[in-house]
Ligand binder design. Structure first.
Ligand SMILES: *[C@@H]1O[C@H](CO)[C@@H](O)[C@H](O)[C@H]1NC(C)=O
Ligand SMILES: *[C@@H]1O[C@H](CO)[C@@H](O)[C@H](O)[C@H]1NC(C)=O
Length: 218
């Protein structure tokens, strides 16, 4: 896709995001507050201290302009960009992500504890889904130029059933949405969730638990 199309798609995501903006992070009390990461010995209750002198570069990021390798267990790579990557996002209640999918790639069931998400497909077609707390599945095929809304804290996933790679941009209403992958939380924690707990939870044997753990590591 040409760079201009690509960029206009990104700005469209942003406009849509602002139009539907509902703050979950607290509102800011000043114009800018580029995060000062130097003062590391204090516990931060909500966000970071502000730099005394912010510059344009505090509000700039070029690292979403190229595809990430999808050569991994799931064939999909989320690149989440938060206040830790763009200091100017501090106190603004926003973050962004690029997700690259190989053919057949799956962004496995995960959730963002602090943000809702607008999932905008740039290229390709993805099946996008979330599950509410009463276990209802919302499921939609979403093509390039279309979007799906993923409510805060609910488990969701996307899969590329097409034979070509796909790319999506996601916008979040938190400067630090957090990401928790369900399989990795349960089968890849440190220290481990005890094998017998997982075996009983899923009605499987200890060997199957070990198999899942080593497959997630691969
Ligand atoms: C964003 O910041 C996190 C935390 O510092 C870092 O691990 C990650 O590599 C950064 N991502 C990019 C694309 O620079
Ligand atoms: C993908 O599938 C379509 C329709 O089946 C086919 O025309 C196209 O050649 C395939 N592309 C690749 C890269 O395999």
């Amino acid at each position: 896709m040409a760079t201009t199309n690509y960029l206009s798609a990104i700005s469209m995501t942003m406009i849509i995001f602002f139009a539907s903006y509902v703050s979950t992070d607290p509102d800011m009390l000043q114009d800018v507050c580029a995060a000062d990461f130097t003062n590391d010995d204090l516990i931060k209750l909500n966000g970071f201290l502000c730099k005394k002198h912010a510059s344009s570069d505090d509000f700039f990021f070029s690292g979403l302009s190229y595809p990430r390798s999808t050569d991994n267990t799931f064939g999909a790579t989320p690149t989440l960009i938060t206040v830790l990557n763009i200091s100017g996002l501090n106190t603004l209640g926003m973050a962004v992500s690029r997700i690259d999918f190989a053919p057949g790639g799956l962004n496995p069931p995960h959730l963002h504890p602090r943000a809702s998400e607008i999932f905008f497909v740039l290229e390709g077609e993805l099946e996008v889904a979330f599950i509410t707390t009463d276990n209802k599945l919302y499921y939609k095929p979403v093509k390039g130029g279309e979007l799906f809304v993923l409510p805060k804290g609910l488990i969701h996933f996307q899969i590329n059933r097409g034979n070509e790679s796909a790319v999506a941009i996601a916008a979040f209403n938190s400067q630090f949405p957090g990401i928790q992958r369900v399989p990795n939380a349960l089968f890849g924690s440190y220290p481990d969730v005890p094998n017998d707990v997982l075996a009983k939870t899923f009605g499987i044997g200890i060997n199957q638990v070990k198999k899942i753990k080593s497959w997630l590591d691969s």
